[in-house]
Design a protein around this ligand. Sequence first.
Ligand code: G3P
Ligand code: CA
Length: 276
Amino acid sequence: MRVLGFITKRPIILSLVLGLIVSSLSYFFQPLFPYHSIAHRGASAYAPENTMASFQKAVALGFDFIELDIRMSKDQELIVIHDADVKRTTNGEGFVRDLTVDELKQLDAGSWFHPNYSSEKIPLLSEVLDTFGGKINLLIEMKFPENETNMTEKLAHTLYEYFEQGLDPSTVKVQSFHIFEIKKFHQLCPEVSAGILLSKPLDMFHLASYRSFASFLAVHYRLLSKSLVNQALFFDYEIYTWTIQDQPLFTVMQKLGVHGIISNQEKKKTSKFTVD
Ligand code: G3P
Ligand code: CA
């Protein structure tokens, strides 16, 4: 009571305390916007990343998208793997670009995660498209396309082959940190939504000019704020965020109003306020 009396007799402190209460309450009651759940390298908290097992797990868990990374083999095939070299996620050694598909297919891409996955192989993009195209949406990240001969052209060409066989272009999105390659991809394949991965802020001028070829921004969660979301929405971008691992961050991102959350795991449905 004495504290209350102290505060109410001091208008400045009182207004500060009231402001704090109002802003906390308004955050608490902010709506939780629905979002696309995007399984980062597949459902990679539960199965080895970027393998058919992790993609299968994402489908089983009901994710809306799988996110996957592509690189090129020595014989110019599109390969699904995150790192430039195979050491971390297989029992082999060497750079992906120095190994042929036959050599890459010898490797065990699952035992590093758990012995149960010892039969997992590094997938080709075509294998992922064959098995998962049309079953779940795909978010394909081109890894360092600027360092590869014709990765962007090869991806566009490959996707068109699948579109001709009936795959719906609206079920595929392509992203990269390399803005020029995303621009090139959009020119080659305008039917597919293309996006820019961001780990640094973009000014309004660049936000405006990139919108002619990019329809979404995939933003590192530490960079996201209400003002960045509002700027992106002003230019009609979709906003995805990566890589959300802590459960409370799902709620923070939903309150910011992002369209997609890229995560290795599901959001646990513990809160009665959750709408998705
Ligand atoms: O989709 C965004 C995210 O995948 C980018 O980071 O290193 O996991 O490919 P990284
Ligand atoms: Ca990625």
